[in-house]
Design a protein. Sequence first.
Lengths: 111, 111
Amino acid sequence: SQQGEEDPQALSIQEGENATMNCSYKTSINNLQWYRQNSGRGLVHLILIRSNEREKHSGRLRVTLDTSKKSSSLLITASRAADTASYFCVILTGANSKLTFGKGITLSVRP
Amino acid sequence: SQTIHQWPATLVQPVGSPLSLECTVEGTSNPNLYWYRQAAGRGLQLLFYSVGIGQISSEVPQNLSASRPQDRQFILSSKKLLLSDSGFYLCAWEPRADTQYFGPGTRLTVL
């Protein structure tokens, strides 16, 4: 399957805590991306990490990539209620491959 | 800057009725365009993509069709809706071959 598989399916944390979401895949990749979807809205691209990168930061987001384990993690530090959303991991396996979205992780941040 | 529009935002249609959803992109030319469907509790399913006017590729055979009459316009249609067509329809455009930007979506309920 050319699809990232997110784990856990659902995560509930207290505001201010860190949220860690994982993604595993089975093929070699060009890059891995994380998207966020607020309830009833379109998806928003958060961050892209290429296969030759190990870690990337964007604001409160930190993404790691371990190609030997075929896994990635998205860390949201100091979470806020507004971070409540579904998060999708997407892998790109080749230059002309299509983005394939999984079921996502439902993150709930309690105020 | 680029903007992507979708309408209508919500739609309730009876089984057997026709469908037309529209997506337009502003601020770019010759984008790759995509239609996805997201059923309740599931990931995104790629329905159609287009790399240019009149060029449509179908990912999933079904009673839906897509057309691209203008460079920045992408239309999703059906002649006769089924109950299983209910879902959240998302249009996306792709400025380069690895990141997509999504519209706000159309919530379709078929009764």
